[in-house]
Write a protein that binds this ligand. Structure first.
Ligand code: FES
Length: 160
């Protein structure tokens, strides 16, 4: 791992610990803060978190791996999330996710080899009444159609 990544990890972990370590049930707030800052929970941060919170590395790793929200690897430059919760499933989410895989050239829960995009399925974006829904980076989109999905992904200009 590059030294600057380790420095970034160390700094992000320390900021999260400074903010949340003293409160009860600190692990999840600490993990969320690190994830929000870095886009993932780096493996080299786990020992620091465990030591500060008096937990084992296995306990921290167990929580990170239990929640699909937490990535263990850095995401691509763009993040595409297709909702697969119940309302969206009923409105064709699975077909849209398969379409996104084809258009992006990237399997779900993976990052494309060139690092351009990470494709994820998620469980509810809060737009159930307007499903199916997806998020592209920071923007959510509702009432998706295959045509609209194609337009949104083409707008990323990352090629196949
Ligand atoms: S079920 Fe998809 S947004 Fe809620």
């Amino acid at each position: 791992m590059k030294p600057d990544i380790t420095i970034a990890t160390s700094a992000a972990v320390q900021r999260a610990l400074d903010r949340y370590a003293q409160q009860p049930g600190a692990l999840l707030p600490v993990l969320h803060a690190i994830h929000d800052e870095l886009g993932h929970i780096p493996a080299d941060g786990v020992p620091l978190i465990a030591a500060a919170l008096n937990l084992s590395r296995a306990e921290v790793h167990g929580v990170v791996s239990y929640y699909p929200h937490f990535r263990s690897e850095p995401p691509g430059r763009h993040i595409v999330q297709v909702c697969r919760a119940e309302a969206c499933q009923a409105c064709g989410a699975e077909a849209l996710l398969a379409q996104a895989e084809r258009v992006l050239g990237c399997a779900r829960h993976h990052t494309r080899a060139d690092g351009a995009v990470t494709l994820e399925s998620v469980y509810c974006l809060g737009l159930c009444a307007s499903s199916p829904a997806m998020r592209v980076d920071e923007r959510v989109h509702a009432r998706l159609t295959p045509e609209r999905l194609e337009q949104l992904l083409a707008a990323l200009e990352i090629g196949p």
